[in-house]
Design a protein around this ligand. Structure first.
Ligand code: ADP
Ligand code: ADP
Ligand code: ZN
Length: 215
């Protein structure tokens, strides 16, 4: 299964990707996670990306296109992958198309998660993730068993630096300008599956599996 998860910040891409990873035993490719790893490791790419991410702007296309291109060539992507947070611009989508042609692969579907703006802000301000294993939580919608601790590994839960209201508004604007056009792009390619992302986490998952006809 070769999938793209499309949707604004907080739509539930990471949450749904984690479930799809288990269902299909294929890797999640999150450009946001890869960039955050580079930032914390202070690699040359991380140093370059940090300013854009802190400001809520997109990192330049050539940077993310390069990391995804390399990642797709690794053996664990042979049977499929879930792209989470990539592509985010039309040039990125064009580059992905070329990469997949080179690899003789084709996308099966692009799942677009629709969520209204007020809910997005609430989701992002309450988002936490484990500093050790990366598992995501929400203070209200998906709370951990013990305050501030990961259910899986007892690691400390952290809030992302860019999940502050001002940066969130900026990221929403960037999404509408630069990423939303991809909905039409993939609709025209006959790949778009629109899912109601306002539903509960498990029922969003059910909708996705039904649309992929694997429920
Ligand atoms: P994205 O990767 O699209 O930015 P996440 O998957 O990180 O979004 O979800 C953002 C926050 O909202 C997380 O704290 C997550 O637990 C929560 N969340 C995800 N899906 C839902 C849902 N369907 N209903 C309520 N909260 C959700
Ligand atoms: P969210 O879960 O809120 O949608 P991500 O973790 O996917 O956010 O991305 C966090 C930040 O990393 C973005 O605001 C952007 O600066 C950068 N980023 C991630 N993916 C891309 C991409 N495909 N193109 C450009 N910048 C990206
Ligand atoms: Zn953990």
């Amino acid at each position: 299964m070769k999938l793209v998860l499309l949707g604004p910040p907080g739509a539930g891409k990471g949450t749904q990707a984690a479930m799809l990873v288990k269902k299909f035993a294929i890797p999640q490719i999150s450009t946001g996670d890869m960039l955050r790893t580079a930032v914390s490791g202070q690699t040359p790419m991380g140093i370059k990306a940090k300013g854009y991410m802190d400001a809520g702007d997109l990192v330049p296309d050539e940077v993310v296109v390069g990391i995804v291109r390399e990642r797709l060539q690794q053996v664990d992507c042979a049977t499929g992958f879930i792209l989470d947070g990539f592509p985010r611009t039309v040039p990125q989508a064009d580059a992905l198309k070329l990469n997949l042609v080179e690899l003789s692969k084709e996308l099966d579907a692009v799942i677009s998660l629709d969520v209204d703006i007020d809910s997005l802000v609430e989701r992002l301000t309450g988002r936490r993730s484990c500093g050790d294993c990366g598992k995501g939580f929400h203070l209200k919608f998906d709370p951990p068993g013990a305050d501030g601790k990961c259910d899986v590994c007892s690691g400390e839960l952290k809030q992302r630096a860019d999940d502050q209201e001002e940066t969130i508004r900026k990221r929403m604007a960037v999404y509408h300008q630069q990423t939303a056009p991809l909905e039409d792009y993939y609709r025209q390619a006959g790949l778009l599956i629109a899912v109601d992302g306002m539903a509960e986490i498990t029922s969003v998952q059910q909708q996705i599996l039904m649309a992929l006809q694997v429920a």
